[in-house]
Design a protein around this ligand. Sequence first.
Ligand code: SAM
Length: 321
Amino acid sequence: MPQRRSAQKAGGQQTPSTISERGDESAAEPIEPGWGSKPARPAPGLYLVATPIGNLRDITLRALDVLGNADLIACEDTRVTARLTTRYGLTTKRLPYHEHNAERMRPHLIERLKAGAVVALVSDAGTPLISDPGYKLVRAAIAEGIAITALPGASAMLAGLVLSGQPSDRFLFAGFLPPKTVARRRDLGEVAAMRATLIFYETGPRLAASLADMADILGSRPAAVARELTKLFEETRRGSLAELAAHYHEAGPPKGELVVVIGPPEEPEEAADAGDTLDAALVAAMATMSLKDASEAVATATGRKRREVYQRALILNGKAP
Ligand code: SAM
């Protein structure tokens, strides 16, 4: 991380750059009087700056300090970043850095950094590098011994996770799944056994088909679709994967941006417990009903698949291997 230090303002006035450098923090003046009163030039280096995922007020004071005082902002799309910089009256020069020009721009940015520039990297929304460009620039900067720091902030994956109601202690963010169903089902198969909440980015037009594949490959799991987070029409819809797939199949593609969060597979003990419960219910039902009727009744009562319950009843009755 670049060393923070007092910096020379354009007008020649020395201003401390961090709260701890202010000396007397108990002074009557508010500690954060506003980002505009913050000091000028940050220390040279690469700053990975998170920007809002919708609501332009979701930006940190420190991000505004750096964006306003960097030598340049490397943007995924300079027009998108202009909405943010214009909103906050920042006039810092913006340069495009995206997947189509990255190979050409990276050496240029590295040269600027080696010469002591302050470069802020942003993406169109959220945290750069998270399903967005920047990873190779960071790697190149590390290789050159350039100071790097991250300015944390919004990311749709974390907002979706914390809204989902699914366990948040252990999760796998898997980005976008492939658009074609064969590759998508293969990728889902690779993560199916992970004992972790799964987070995917997805698009509205592909959502119903993706959810159907998820339900098929991952089985019956609780999930959430978090849409338009921090925006006017924010919505989080929760249900089993099959329920969500059916909903979006019927309702059609939702508008806007979205995150899919899926709960982990049942714990083995829970699965065993569930198996015990199923067996007990079947044995009790078969005491008074035919095997077929008992399976029917238990499937309805437990919400399990009819075929699965029937197969289990056959085994319990000694009619299947
Ligand atoms: N770097 C970004 C981040 O940190 O979240 C993600 C960039 S990725 C190219 C864009 C995807 O993020 C969208 O297709 C959508 O899946 C998700 N996303 C971005 N903003 C969102 C929002 N406001 N609500 C829900 N999902 C969002």
